[in-house]
Design a protein around this ligand. Structure first.
Ligand code: SF4
Length: 284
């Protein structure tokens, strides 16, 4: 996180008076929700405040352009220059790494791929294999039988139908075994710099719901929601930024809300600490 933009941590006593908004620009956006309902209200005043907050949340639209642009601005401050963490030197290597990353971590995949690409340097080398031959090399990434089928199947199709070149468009990428929109978006956005959609992985799924950018649970619908509200020129960077945010702060369990620059414009129900009211349903 850049210096000077870390929000104040809660006092050890548990009292949070005197907290200032992390950004002046967010004042209006956060204003509707002053007064935390983080703890169970006890006094009549607190009950009244909680009721007021719940009422105001009803009329709250989390996808208005002003809020979305404030979110994007803060993400730019937090993660100005991020990209895909999967090590690769070609579109083919990125495609393989992305297939292997399903239900695994980028760190694990990056441990496996250097040896894999040394052993089978080209897509033609992989296309000559039977899936079983690849299994030992990718075993540690999990689900290795299915992944072997996908990688070898994709290699065969790329060689037979696309002249050995990874296709540069969504429709053709989706014809490859094991490739759905998430993988296709990673390859198109990161390697070909083409914004055809928004990558919706587990981090984007979780954080988009917490930030109320979507109410959907289905990745395709989440992607459609994001494409509607995020400017197209931001689709590629936004995905990378949210993925990094999910790795650094906004964890599935115990997100580090006290350290988060988005804190006072985030109303997630499952926040670990809050200076604003929390909205029912805004959770992973
Ligand atoms: S405030 Fe917490 S839940 Fe909201 S985006 Fe930040 S880390 Fe995630």
């Amino acid at each position: 996180m850049p210096r000077g933009i870390t929000p104040r941590r809660p006092a050890k006593s548990g009292r949070h008076e005197g907290l200032r908004a992390a950004s002046k620009a967010s004042g209006k956006i956060a204003a509707h929700s002053k007064g935390s309902v983080f703890s169970t209200p006890k006094s009549r005043d607190q009950v009244r405040t909680a009721k007021k907050a719940a009422k105001s949340a009803k009329g709250y639209n989390p996808t208005v352009p002003e809020r979305v642009s404030e979110l994007l601005k803060r993400l730019d401050q937090l993660y100005p220059d991020v990209t895909c963490a999967l090590t690769h030197k070609s579109a083919w290597e990125l495609l393989v790494a992305t297939i292997l990353s399903a239900q695994s971590t980028d760190v694990r995949v990056n441990m496996v791929t250097p040896e894999l690409f040394k052993k089978y340097p080209t897509v033609q080398d992989v296309a000559r294999l039977e899936p079983q031959q690849l299994e030992p090399d990718i075993r540690s990434t999990g689900f290795f039988r299915n992944k072997s089928k996908s990688v070898v199947g994709a290699a065969k199709k790329i060689v037979s139908d696309f002249g050995g070149q990874v296709p540069e468009n969504m429709a053709d990428l989706l014809t490859l075994p094991g490739v759905a929109r998430k993988t296709a978006n990673v390859v198109l956005g990161t390697w070909f710099k083409t914004a055809d959609g928004v990558v919706v992985d587990t981090h984007v799924h979780r954080i988009s719901r917490r930030l109320e950018l979507t109410r959907n649970d289905d990745p395709k619908k989440i992607e459609e929601d994001l494409m509607r509200i995020i400017p197209k020129e931001k689709w590629i960077l936004f995905s990378h930024q949210i993925i990094w945010h999910g790795r650094k702060l906004c964890f599935a369990r115990s997100p580090k809300c006290a350290d988060c620059l988005l804190e006072n414009i985030c109303h997630a129900e499952d926040k670990t600490w809050s200076t604003v009211d929390r909205h029912a349903g805004a959770k992973a």
